[in-house]
Design a protein around this ligand. Sequence first.
Ligand code: COA
Length: 197
Amino acid sequence: MATEGRSALLQLVEPALTYLSGYEAALEQGWSPNNVRDVSGEQLAAIRADAAAFIGSLLSQTGTVTLPDGTEIPKLPSRLRWLWDGEFCGQIGLRWQPGTDDLPSHVLGHIGYAVVPWKRRRGYATEALRRMLDVARSVGLNLLEITADKGNVPSCKVIEANGGRFVEEFVQPRYGEDVRLRYVIDLVAAADGGRPR
Ligand SMILES: CC(C)(COP(=O)(O)OP(=O)(O)OC[C@H]1O[C@@H](n2cnc3c(N)ncnc32)[C@H](O)[C@@H]1OP(=O)(O)O)[C@@H](O)C(=O)NCCC(=O)NCCS
């Protein structure tokens, strides 16, 4: 099936117990929804301890998140969605600071995403980001920042296909010495047909 046809099958669903077995199976195969820290083991333990509480923690708008260096920081407001085509395909999440397009320096972009290896190259990440741009607009954002590891060609393509404009290379020491690429998407221009200003 062509990529366009496949991505029409894609739904963005709120995490729920109904979809959890596919998510759990992906974790069991070593997939991590967090791209900077492998959380597969700790999430499997949490699911097995209390599946409903695990879903609640994903959706919670309070609490903390753990950075790769172990620092615990307050969670920002967020919207988390799972990619679903009848099976679990991956995750996309939006986080933001109310009232501003700015992010704290330790946050690597407003949106992060990961597709399980066996559902890649079907256009799912590109389509998921396209749909999350509407969610970003709905929470009041005008300008979105997304980062990709330097050399992550698929992720750069996903961002550029959604109007992403490359801004700069940077290193965020809290995440090690990796060089990352910062992009912005002008959500007002993107609503006008995806042409960045
Ligand atoms: C990056 C990632 C989300 C892309 O997911 P995906 O659903 O396969 O992406 P798409 O199918 O929408 O493909 C986007 C583009 O990348 C290309 N692409 C995908 N995988 C590729 C690969 N391994 N090598 C080269 N190009 C690739 C696709 O052909 C497509 O290009 P096109 O628009 O020119 O046709 C997925 O590879 C992934 O989960 N990687 C690990 C986590 C990660 O890097 N997340 C991003 C952090 S910023």
